[in-house]
Ligand binder design. Structure first.
Ligand code: UGA
Length: 434
């Protein structure tokens, strides 16, 4: 059944959610306080790089099911369900900043004139939905009923649209069956299995899932560090482990650690959450420490190889935190660049789409290039920090053609060792014999 839905926040979670809900037949209004962003969205332009998103936006704007506004009153008018999808940035102490979420709760309370279900998509600490309910209750101006539901998202950047239509599960945390059923009905066209729980368990599923995936990555990275010392090959080890269904073959790719807007933030927030109830989450604290060390790995390896990096020209290949996104948040490349600046190296950075965002973070402390040949020209060392297709498919003989000295430190194991051996290349990767 078609429902009238509002989505507050047009970041990648909110926008993808709103667009996909309109695509399965609902009437959706996306609300954001950012006037410029809303203007852009009205024209069918996506402010984020997300494959497939603009096509779906345009389609549903044109068929009248998707609209955008900055005005809460207009946006909430006659809506049966309101999704909260605003950011929960990290505070200095690692905990989540909930001020945007609370603001939306107040906006809802002050503007609605009909019963609604408020659905929290934003990643929020366990107990936040109870707070949201409380804030709404305290600020309500009409005599209406408001239910609160936790419905965390599991989208990956770069494949968010695909993940919305083909996710593994939809988690619905509610304290009454009617609200849970309504959200289940809304999502039915996606045809994805639904897990219904109480609100706090749903909130925890999100954190526990991200923390577990981060743990898998730090685990395989630690094994790769030991492999390097003992002469084993992490690729074969991960393959052999992953065939065991209880382990699974995903998220066992060793490299220079995880980044992005989710894993670093959510792992720290979960440690903080546990600390608040007097539980020291030792395992997750180690996962975070291992990741910090891992992000610095290439520079440490290069320092071991050269002694000093002062005056060296270093090309960083790939700046985004992972391929198929322009997101630079918590990217290993930033850690690498900052370390190299300290070392007194000259740094050149290449990325197929993240250059604008990279410039915002790294400014003119490095030089930028939008093609691999340019970035390699005259370089003494190349660091691969993101496994972009362009980099994986780059022909190996070209390193020695463009670089001053063909020395490559590959943080994402982009090339098969048998291939590397055929070329005149000093090559170091992660957890493999060099
Ligand atoms: C992650 C989760 O995968 C999503 O399920 C979740 O919804 C999202 O966070 C979120 O909380 O919003 P995302 O941050 O987009 O999604 O990226 P991933 O594809 O999970 O990659 C995260 C990081 O792990 C990347 O830096 C990637 O390079 C690294 N990674 C991933 C590895 O180092 N090894 C692997 O085997 C897999």
């Amino acid at each position: 059944m078609m429902r009238n839905i509002a989505v507050v926040g047009t970041g990648y979670v909110g926008l993808v959610t709103g667009v996909c809900l309109s695509d399965i037949g609902h009437h959706v209004t996306c609300i954001d306080i950012d006037e410029q962003k809303i203007q852009l969205l009205k024209q069918g332009k996506s402010p984020i790089y997300e494959p497939g998103l603009e096509e779906l936006m345009l389609k549903n704007i044109n068929n009248g099911r998707l609209t955008f506004t900055t005005d809460h009153q207009t946006g909430f008018h006659q809506k049966e369900v309101i999704y909260i999808a605003v950011g929960t940035p990290q505070k200095k102490d690692g905990s989540a900043d909930l001020s945007y979420v609370h603001q939306v709760a107040r906006d809802i309370a002050r503007n609605i004139k009909q019963d609604v279900i408020v659905v929290t998509k934003s990643t929020v600490p366990v107990g936040t939905n109870d707070e949201i309910r409380q804030v709404i209750k305290e600020n309500l101006v009409s005599d209406v009923q408001v239910d609160v539901v936790s419905n965390p998202e599991f989208l990956r950047e770069g494949s968010a649209v695909q993940d919305t239509f083909h996710g593994d599960r939809i988690v619905i945390g509610a304290d009454n069956e009617k609200a849970a059923t309504m959200i289940e009905e809304i999502n039915k066209p996606f045809g994805i299995p639904v897990v219904k729980t109480d609100i706090r368990s749903a909130e925890m599923i999100k954190y526990a899932s991200n923390a577990f995936l981060a743990t898998k990555i730090s685990f395989i990275n630690e094994i790769s560090n030991i492999c390097e010392k003992l002469g084993a090959n992490i690729e074969d080890v991960a393959y052999g482990m992953g065939l065991d269904h209880r382990i699974g073959n995903q998220f066992l790719r060793a490299g220079i650690g995880y980044g992005g807007s989710c894993f670093p933030k959510d792992t720290k927030a979960l440690v903080q959450m546990a600390g608040n109830v007097d539980h020291k989450f030792e395992l997750l604290e180690s996962v975070i420490r291992v990741n910090n060390v891992q992000q610095a790995k290439l520079v440490e390896k290069a320092k071991g190889f050269f002694g000093s990096l002062e005056g060296k020209t270093v090309a960083i290949l790939g700046l985004a935190f992972k391929p198929n996104t322009d997101d630079m948040r918590e990217a290993a490349s930033v850690v690498i660049a900052n370390m190299l600046i300290q070392e007194g190296a000259r740094i050149k950075g290449y990325d197929p789409i993240a250059l604008e965002n990279a410039k915002r973070i790294l400014g003119d402390s490095i030089e930028y290039s939008d093609n691999i040949e340019d970035v390699l020209a005259d370089a003494d060392i190349a660091f691969i920090s993101t496994e972009w297709k362009e980099i994986v498919e780059f022909e190996l003989h070209l390193y020695s053609k463009y670089m001053k000295t063909p020395i490559v430190f590959d943080g994402r194991n982009c090339y098969a060792l048998e291939e590397v051996e055929k070329h005149d290349l000093e090559y170091h990767s992660i957890g493999r014999p060099s």
